[in-house]
Design a protein around this ligand. Structure first.
Ligand code: PHB
Length: 435
């Protein structure tokens, strides 16, 4: 199935050339050398931590010094990525995180399949895996074959995934999703209209079993209905814990339901959920309160996209709006703030001061959007961010942590298999050891 390259990870392909330019020339050499490099790096950095200075010196004098030296240079270039990080109740061994990525491979009943367990388990060396966006209720679905977390079968399907990730030593949180007006009648239980804060038709198309169709004018939620949706978030968060997840991420980004409430282009309500910034953020505040009451703030993160125009949202004063949102996240004591630092539609950016948001939050700040290893490491070293969520590069490189650690080349990506299909382009990207 082909969809426009608008996946949940957002960044345009990470720039491998830049990675290559910065890396010692020998890193680009053939397989044999790569093997030696793996042996060298394993010898030097048994636990992925930078060894003490004396040890490094000794190592550099050894017979492996030629390989070791260039490996060390490469490692130093990106060293901060491989330091541990405490995120709420979770302890991450590194800061190379897997972004939420829609893959549209769920089975009947939108249940994650056994193959999903293998896909996520292959990526268990990520500091943290954030699952693909997962609908909290049938009305929250917007695309075909995306998984849910509202039925017993879905919980059981996800349990296979979390067990497999944990068996491989990883950590995984579930992203809680309601698409609001980005749904389509064909996904709605009684084929009614999708719901939204206001009856404003978004530009764009829905991807249905019949193919792409224009989005429709949604039905504005009655004030009295909103508490029910808040409760669905909490129930879904509880299901995520039953399914063995280490936590949840509230999806408040990319023009889906929560973002539709936040932004004034899509929210023109006149009740307590519309108008002022405080009112537009009330729905998110209630979701945060309900979810943290269910699973704990130390296991809850939130994702925002302050400058994103994807799905036809936009706010006239994003800095003020998202400073308020970040203040809510801070006062709730959320484990992390996950920020899409750009616009996945490729529109102009520069209206948001991300450093100010990071400072206002004060807790763990995960960045996403067009980061490569070098830029990520520099940003961590400067204190601008704490960790990076990589998107498309995690689709193509199950062992992304090892590759970045070694400065090894990344696998080519196959966008035609990003969405839909089965094993091809899902669980068959090779790891270095298979090369
Ligand atoms: C998607 O296109 O499936 C998609 C995009 C962005 C998201 C989630 C899903 O945040």
């Amino acid at each position: 199935m082909t969809r426009p390259s608008l996946d949940n990870s957002l960044p345009p392909a990470l720039n491998n050339d830049r990675l290559r330019e910065g890396a010692p020339r020998s890193i680009l050499a053939g397989r044999n050398r790569l093997r030696h490099r793996i042996i060298a790096v394993r010898t030097i950095f048994k636990c992925g931590k930078l060894p003490p200075y004396k040890k490094r010196r000794e190592c550099l004098r050894s017979e492996r010094s030629r390989f070791a030296l260039s490996t060390l240079e490469c490692f130093l270039m990106t060293a901060t990525l491989f330091t541990p990080l405490t995120v709420g109740d979770l302890h991450l061994p590194n800061r190379v995180l897997m972004a939420p990525l829609t893959r549209s491979r769920a089975g009947a009943g939108n249940v994650p399949q056994a193959i999903a367990a293998l896909y996520y388990a292959q990526r268990a060396t990520a500091g943290l895996i954030i699952s693909e966006a997962t609908q909290i209720c049938p009305e929250g679905q917007g695309y075909i074959l995306t998984p849910g977390i509202h039925s017993a079968e879905q919980v059981a399907g996800w349990k296979r995934v979390t067990d497999a990730v944990h068996a491989n030593g990883g950590r995984i949180v579930l992203q809680l999703w309601h698409v609001g007006r980005i749904s389509h009648r064909s996904f709605q239980p009684n084929h009614g209209l999708p719901v939204a804060p206001s009856a404003i038709k978004p530009a764009g198309q829905a991807y249905t079993t019949e193919g792409p169709v224009d989005l429709e004018t949604p039905r504005a939620l009655e004030t009295e209905e909103i508490a029910g949706i808040v409760a669905q978030y909490a129930t879904a968060a509880g299901h995520a814990m039953d399914a063995g997840f280490d936590g949840v991420e509230i999806h408040a980004a990319n023009g889906y339901l929560i973002d539709q409430f936040l932004c004034d282009k899509s929210n023109q309500r006149t009740d307590q959920y519309g108008g002022s910034i405080e009112n537009r953020a009330r729905f998110l505040a209630e979701v945060i309160a309900a979810v943290t009451a269910r699973v704990g703030a130390g296991r809850t993160g939130v994702r925002i996209s302050p400058e994103g125009r994807f799905n036809d949202v936009e706010d006239s004063a994003p800095q003020a709006l998202f400073e308020h949102v970040v203040a809510l996240a801070k006062s709730a004591g959320l484990a992390y703030l996950h920020v899409v630092e750009g616009d996945m539609t490729g529109g102009a950016v520069g209206r948001v001061d991300y450093l100010a948001l990071r400072r206002a939050f004060g807790g763990v700040y995960i960045a996403n959007h067009a980061y490569d290893a070098q830029r990520a490491s520099n940003a961590i070293a400067s204190g601008a961010i704490d960790a990076v969520a990589f998107g498309k590069d995690y689709i193509a490189n199950p062992d992304l942590v090892t590759r970045l650690l070694l400065g090894a080349p990344l696998n080519p990506q196959h966008p035609e298999t990003f969405y839909g299909g089965q094993a091809g382009g899902y669980i068959d990207y090779p790891a270095l050891t298979a090369l």
